[in-house]
Every structure is written in C-alpha cells, then in structure tokens.
Ligand binder design. Sequence first.
Ligand code: PMV
Length: 333
Amino acid sequence: MRKATIKSPANIAFIKYWGRRNDDLILPLNDSISMNLDNCYTITTVEFGKANEDEIKVKFYKEKYKNLNGKQLNRVLKQVNRIREKYKIKEKVKIYSENNFPADVGIASSASAFSALTCALFKALGNNISEKDLTIETRLSGSGSAARSIPNGFVEWLMGDSNRSKTSYAYSMASSDYWKLYDLTLIVDTAEKSIGSYEGHNRALNEYMKARLKNINKRIKQVREAIRETDIEKLGKAMEADAISLHTVAMNSKPPIYYLNGKTWEIIFELLKLRKKGIIGYFTMDAGPNVHLICEKKFKDILKENFEKFPGVKFIIENKVGEGAKVIREHLF
Ligand code: PMV
C-alpha cells in the first residue's frame, strides 16, 4: 500500500534560525537548537496512485476540511513535485492534513506541517531513508525549522559547510525524557501574521545581523551545555538573549517587521517580576506576539495560574518535550 500517516510535532527554538545564506538550498546563517512540543502537532496522511488528480485538503485549528489553495498549496506542491521528480514518479497524490493548534502565530505550524508532509511522502513511497537524510529533505521544503521536528526531543540543526546541502541536517541531542521541561505558550493573538517567516528570512541581512552572528556561537555553546547539564538558568539566559537578538534584526529590516506587540512586553515584565519573587521561567518568541515560557515542573503550575488570569492572555497551551515525527496507524481517510 502506498499510503502512510505521520504525526509530527511543532518545535520551539532556544537558538533561532533567522536568515539564509542560500535561498535555493535553504541553508541557514547559523546552527539552531530547539525542543519538540508534545501537544502541538500535525497529522498528515499521504496516498499515491489512487486519485486521478492531486487532492490536497487541510483542516486548520477549529476549522473544517478545505482544499488548500494559493501560496500554501504552491509550497506543498513544490515539495511533492520535488520528491516525485527525484524518484521519477508520475502518480497523483491524495493528502489530508490536520493541525491541533492555531497556525501562523509563532508556534512554528509550518515546522510540524512540512515535517509531517515530507516524512509521510517518503513513508508512502516505502522509501527507507535515514533520519539524517529525512531532515535534509524536510529542510528543502522551504521551512528550514521543520528539519528540527523530525528527530526526538532536543534537536540541533547544523548550518553545514559552504553550499554543501548534505552537511546541513538535524539530529537529536537528547531524548524527550532527558529533561522534563515545559513550554507554556501564552496566546495573545490568533490572527495570521502579516509577514511570514519565509519573507522575514529574506529581509534579515542588515547590520544588526552582523552583531547577531558575532555573538551567536557563544550562545549556542551555552545552550548545548545547559541541555547537557540540565541547567535552566544557563538555558534561559542564552535563549532570551537570542530571541531579543532575532527581533532586533527583524525590527531593523527594511521595511521593518514588528512581530511583538504590547501584550508581549507586558507578559515579559510580569515574568521578570515573578522571577524576582523566586518563580522561575524564561521567555522566547518566534515570528509572532505569543510568548513561550520555558520552565521546569516545579514552577509550571504557579506560572500557569499567574498568566491564566493575566489581561490579554486568551489561553495557554501546555507542552512537554515531545518526540519527533513518527508513523501512526490511524489514517485520516
Ligand atoms: O523554518 P521557517 O522558515 O518557518 O522559520 C522559522 C523561524 C523561527 O520560527 C522564528 C525561528 C526558528 O528557528 O524556529
């Protein structure tokens, strides 16, 4: 049967991918490190050979199934066609995909979507590709951070050497049960962001990027150590600095990109106040205003209690460290 279903997680980066050195090969300007989110995922079923035309349907958070169209359809078809060409396949494909969390608000929905899609395409073709090669194929989908959703737990995506595609892949640094970290995603806005990360990367090369890249290797080293030593303070400091550095670059792009809003900052200031009282959590934000609070188990409930009633926080998504992309038996059709 040329059919497979994959469940793949979103991930939150401690050290972020921002800016590319090669647009065709999606080669990043720096190594990045993330953890998978066990409670934010995409499930995708792919079947080759049955349909007469390509049929691609998606079900976004709290919506009904609909045909994918426009830019999003083109991105999916680009990946499908690339893989069809690679294996000289003419068969049409049926793809159903659903997300259990709001898309495009800084919870890396493209990461779970494109890792699930790529993995499902390869599995449906019965291809025994290695995990490393699967991360490379996923990166080539255009959503580079999706490569980090393939391996288990804490994942590093290496920038690689020069323009050699094979050298830029993701691997698991530690499994999902290595360190019991939580991500409380505080949702302040579920509207689609106006400038997607793909465009954000295009605008990333400015003078602030030079400063970012000058300091980033130190932060990467700190995050690697923090994970090895399960040291939340070391992780938190490097992670916060990295998020601020990304948003500084984005805000200084031409034209500027403002992902953060007033609510984002109110949450950060509240978090700093709580930290002074000994309630410890650290922030990071992707390409959107929602705040990810990273914390250990002992402060998870108290942080949640504090922010559940915080003005402007619509709801909170609680995540543990998740596994990577995996095959599941229940197909979507
Ligand atoms: O992989 P993309 O093109 O969706 O970009 C991801 C960008 C960030 O989410 C902001 C950072 C990251 O490393 O996940």
